[in-house]
Write a protein that binds this ligand. Structure first.
Ligand SMILES: *Cc1c(COP(=O)(O)O)cnc(C)c1O
Length: 336
């Protein structure tokens, strides 16, 4: 485990890495480490997997959503400040689909209002933001090694990164029942969030090849983007010039998605919808009584997003067939 933690920390140029059993638990431990209290508020994205908002709520705090941008689907930083109150404790940006958010602006706001910034980097391990690695862009970063993530193990796994020594030591204790490793001296109420040794062995090997893996994912993405370049209506992912994506997802946006999906299903063509609805629309968060009208872009992107097969070994001819099929369907719908 120590070898993997050192390898992961070095990969991110982060001082400390604490491996754990999943990103979800990493996010929970991070919120526990900053001493989040019931009634506190944490700002996060409504266009994501539920984990960040869920862990905030699990601790009795309130997830406060900010709408996303139209091009990268990350938090719209121009809308964060209006949501900061005296109860706000932290901002949890999600590096959605593998591309970091506007972290400089987020960190500047955090400094101004004395907030912690915890990056949900479950999808972005290895991505760059102004030459710096995702997971090392704020006070704390958490990532996932779930098999479908860019760096996947053979089962669940995660890691927490920080360069703050105090936070690192607290996170390590919280992860292992609040004790200083193996001493049965428990200073904090924690939990068992340990990574399985089998996952560590797998990840230790896979990490050695991960830079090449990222390049291959980016090549697959570039091929999709090239194939889509003449389409006037299909919107490919936009990656800002000062950062990179590791393409956890390659999500295009289309109008009339349901009609397209119906045709794709008929041909048994692969696709995925990340995400079918904003987090506040989930039954579990109905109690927040959020209004869709306050998040027009999260609503729109959830209606239009369509994710294409994405891993380092996607076959070029399959990509071409798939994109040509989608373009054909889109054109037929437009002319009917
Ligand atoms: C997958 C994912 C998580 C959860 O990761 P686990 O390791 O499965 O707990 C959290 N946030 C985002 C954005 C994810 O995509």
């Amino acid at each position: 485990m120590a070898e993997l933690e050192k390898g992961l920390a070095d990969f991110c140029d982060s001082k400390y890495c604490i491996t754990c059993c999943s990103c979800t638990i990493g996010l929970l431990l991070s919120l526990m480490a900053i001493d989040l209290q019931p009634g506190d508020e944490v700002i996060t994205s409504p266009f994501s997997f539920i984990a960040a908002a869920e862990m905030i709520a699990l601790l009795g705090a309130k997830p406060v959503f900010v709408d996303i941008t139209e091009d990268t689907y990350n938090l719209d930083v121009s809308k964060i400040e209006e949501k900061i109150t005296s109860a706000t404790r932290a901002i949890m940006p999600v590096s959605i689909f593998g591309q970091p958010a506007d972290m400089d602006e987020i960190n500047t706001l955090a400094l101004k209002y004395d907030l912690m910034v915890i990056e949900d980097a479950a999808q972005s391990f290895g991505a760059l933001y102004k030459e710096k690695k995702s997971c090392n862009l704020s006070h704390i970063g958490c990532t996932s090694f779930y098999p479908s993530k860019p760096l996947g193990g053979f089962g669940d796994g995660g890691a927490i990164f920080t360069s703050d020594e105090k936070l690192a030591s607290k996170l390590r204790r919280l992860m292992n029942h609040g004790q200083t490793d193996g001493t049965y001296s428990h200073q904090l109420i924690g939990l068992n969030g340990r990574m399985d040794a089998m996952q560590a062995a797998v990840l230790n090997v896979k990490l050695k090849y991960y830079s090449r893996e990222i390049e291959k994912r980016q090549q697959v993405a570039n091929i999709y983007t090239e194939l889509l370049k003449d389409s006037k209506t299909i919107i490919p992912p936009k990656i800002n010039s000062d950062r990179t994506s590791v393409f956890a997802q390659y999500g295009i946006r289309v109008k009339n998605r349901e009609a397209i999906l119906e045709m794709m299903r008929k041909k048994a063509l692969p696709y995925a919808i990340h995400y079918p609805r904003p987090i506040y629309q989930q039954q579990a968060f109905k109690y927040l009584e959020e209004r869709a009208a306050n998040y027009p872009l999260a609503e729109q992107v959830c209606q239009e997003i369509l994710c294409l097969p994405m891993w380092s070994g996607v076959d070029k001819t399959e990509q071409k067939k798939l994109v040509e099929f989608i373009i054909g369907v889109v054109e037929r719908i437009e002319h009917s």
